[in-house]
Write a new protein. Structure first.
Lengths: 618, 88
């Protein structure tokens, strides 16, 4: 059945395609498994590209179909082509500025009763389309019956039932896409989406005539396995404690599995340095060797030792998201979050921030209200990210070994939450800028078993992006650390530029128990948290093991914990600050965020340190 | 009555959507989620401390919606016997 366009729209201009490759835009609602199918078509070989005029990068890949090159562009999941969210605006802008040969509409087969609106909207735009009904396996379990052939005839578009997760029907669907492209040689350009949709509105009557007799939905009274589980997990009284228990389990997993992953990596890089790097650079002059090892190589190995932890965190978050539990977390926490001026989704973003602040900041894109987006971005940097965790593990192991150190770390996590939400409550009440009026309507998907393949793929993608974004700053940071801690030539410790810089801050750092050596590490910790302990080692002139001993000998508990509190709150890494600027597109806001964090950190450390001294800790 | 007043275990049909202070974006989002006049709607759970409602729209879509937003959706009670799918 060939795809032909609805002739009602006057605002689309078909022209004969002269380009060497055809372009297919993939649209659909969020959580439809669009990216799973996209990965299948493109064999996971997609890369992100920036499209002119768009504020986000889009996933795209060119694939050979029937020996012709076809470019697939994955558009953000949206609910309505007439919508108001940032993602919906991106899709509108893309469609209005790009030539398109075909639209692939991905629907969730289980929700065809409402999602059928999307292909009808595409039809109203006058674009040729192929409809893919994904999650056919789930639909079958629900007892939904779809006569795809009949529906296709009525709609005037080819329809394919697939399960992108398990691969069923995908080959046929891809062949169908190729066939649809062959059938129509034109390329299209939509000029005015809102006008087209206003002229050809999607009516309930049309939907009813389309679905009646061709689709059979189950009874609204049915009780699924998901419902049975939710009676416990979303129970008004037990739901929240169960949630906190599961979060504790996640952090316990990270503590026991995640943190030790640094050890094999450190062993491997140490071996590499011994056997390969050292012999290689042996003939070079001392200064250059020192620069290469303590500057560049240090930077690379610190990123490497930290990647497995971040990878594990991304895997856990991907599994939680795929399972559907994160939406439930948002539901459970919304009552509390509303009281501090945020919503349930902001809580999920805060959780993400505990792995790495950067993807959490980017995740706020789903919020339509700028006020809530800004407030969320303001408090995410207070989340105790994996990089900061490494600093705390090192310091606490040196000063407070054993179960006491674990308790201190737990307190730091609590402090992170407390400061973030207290600040949100204060800011949302004191300034119009942070007062949001966004409605809270969130879909709760059925529980799904995450596939290992998908979880690994997503974690790998996130790690690649992270390494790409952060490595520049981290390597730059270690080089800068080396320069400032080795100049002027011959100087050591506090006589170096770095030491002098640290000393210059002592009037404000002494009252909070932080000596100039530690101040130096904080300065470099701004560039990248991974550099913080490394800088401390360099300014003390010790290797990391000896540094641990020295810290244990020279720092009191009060000083060490004050240092940790300050490190937690003062400012996130440069990559995060850059991301905040990129997402908020406001220099003023970014500067405010940094200034606020510094102030909060100083006040918190001051209160702790002076109270500790008053209580007798020295 | 409004969706906010619906009790768990009662069956209703959506009747009218008000934009309230949220504007057209709110009603557009609700329609895309499936809340349209005549659609079966029921409350599955109510969260603690005045939190959001877990609402089933039709038979296979479930959403979390705050009580304030739910108050903008008027519903009509129906008998359990009449509570069938939107299409059959």
């Amino acid at each position: 059945m060939s795809a032909h366009c609805h002739t009602g729209s006057k605002s689309v201009k078909p022209t004969a395609s002269t380009a060497t490759s055809r372009r297919v835009a993939v649209i659909g609602q969020p959580n439809n498994g669009k990216s799973t199918f996209f990965n299948r078509i493109t064999n996971a070989g997609a890369g992100v590209a920036n499209w002119p005029g768009l504020t986000v990068d889009l996933c795209q890949a060119t694939v050979q179909l029937d020996h012709h090159p076809v470019e697939f562009v994955d558009l953000p999941g949206i609910y309505d082509l007439n919508g108001y969210s940032d993602d919906e605006k991106v899709v509108q802008q893309f469609l209005e500025t790009t030539q398109i040969d075909l639209v692939l509409v991905m629907l969730n087969a289980s929700q065809i009763d409402r999602q059928i609106r999307t292909p009808l909207q595409v039809e109203a735009l006058g674009l040729p389309a192929v409809v893919i009904l994904n999650m056919a396996d789930e639909a079958k379990q629900f007892g939904i019956e779809i006569n795809a052939q009949e529906l296709s005839t009525r709609l005037g578009m080819p329809i394919f039932l697939i399960s992108a997760k398990y691969g069923t029907g995908c080959a046929k669907a891809i062949a169908g896409i190729a066939h649809a492209l062959d059938d129509q040689p034109n390329t299209y350009q939509v000029t005015d989406i809102s006008a087209s949709l206003a002229q050809n509105p999607v009516t309930d009557a049309r939907i009813k005539s389309l679905l009646h007799g061709a689709v059979r939905m189950p009874s609204p009274l049915m009780i699924t396995l998901t419902n049975k589980i939710d009676r416990v997990m979303l129970h008004p009284v037990f739901g929240l404690p169960l949630f906190f228990l599961s979060m504790f389990a996640v952090f316990w997993l990270i503590w026991t599995v995640g943190i030790p992953t640094a050890d094999p990596v450190n062993a491997a890089t140490a071996w590499l340095q011994n056997k390969i790097v050292d012999p290689l650079i042996a003939p070079l002059p001392e200064v250059v060797k020192d620069f290469l090892i303590n500057g560049v190589w240090n930077g690379i190995t610190s990123v490497a030792s930290f990647l497995p932890l971040i990878g594990i965190f991304f895997m856990i978050m991907a599994a939680l998201e795929d399972s559907g539990y994160l939406s439930r977390a948002a539901y459970l926490m919304d009552a509390f979050m509303a009281r501090v001026g945020l919503d349930g989704r902001a809580f999920v973003m805060q959780l993400m921030g505990f792995g790495c602040n950067v993807p959490a900041i980017m995740g706020t894109r789903v919020m339509r209200s700028r006020a809530m987006r800004l407030l969320s971005m303001l408090v995410i940097p207070f989340a105790l990210c994996s990089a900061r965790l490494q600093v705390f593990v090192f310091i606490l192991a040196a000063v407070l070994p054993g179960p006491q150190g674990a308790i201190a770390l737990f307190l730091l996590y609590l402090l992170s939450f407390a400061v973030a939400f207290l600040l949100a409550a204060i800011m949302s009440r004191s300034s119009k800028i942070f007062k949001s009026t966004e409605p809270f309507v969130l879909e709760i998907p059925p529980y799904r078993l995450p596939t290992i393949k998908h979880v690994l793929l997503r974690a790998w993608g996130e790690m690649k992006s992270f390494a790409h974004r952060a490595s520049t700053f981290i390597v730059l940071g270690t080089i800068l650390t080396w320069l400032l801690t080795n100049l002027p030539p011959g100087a050591e410790g506090l006589d170096t530029f770095a030491g002098k810089l640290g000393g210059a801050f002592s009037p404000i750092m002494e009252p909070i128990g932080i000596n100039p050596f530690l101040t130096v590490s904080l300065i470099f910790g701004f560039i990248a948290k991974e550099v913080q302990i490394g800088a401390l080692a360099v300014v003390y002139g010790l290797g990391t093991n000896a540094l641990g001993v020295k810290i244990g000998e020279t720092l009191s508990f009060a000083q060490a914990f004050s240092y940790c509190v300050f490190s937690l709150l003062y400012v996130p890494c440069l990559t995060t600050v850059a991301t905040i600027f990129g997402e908020s597109r406001s220099g003023k806001f970014t500067a405010f965020s940094v200034a606020l964090s510094m102030t909060v950190a100083w006040v918190a450390s001051f209160i702790f340190y002076q109270s500790a001294r008053l209580l007798g800790f020295q | 009555m409004t969706l906010a007043e619906l009790q768990t275990g009662q069956f209703a049909e959506a009747h009218e959507l008000q934009p309230g202070q949220f504007g057209a974006g709110f009603t557009t989002r609700l329609q895309a989620i499936g809340v349209v006049p005549g659609k079966p709607i029921q409350v599955l759970q109510k969260a603690w401390l005045g939190g959001p409602l877990q609402v089933r729209v039709g038979s296979t879509t479930e959403i979390a919606i705050r009580r304030h937003e739910a108050a903008l959706i008027t519903v009509n009670l129906v008998n359990e016997a009449d509570f069938v799918g939107a299409v059959s």
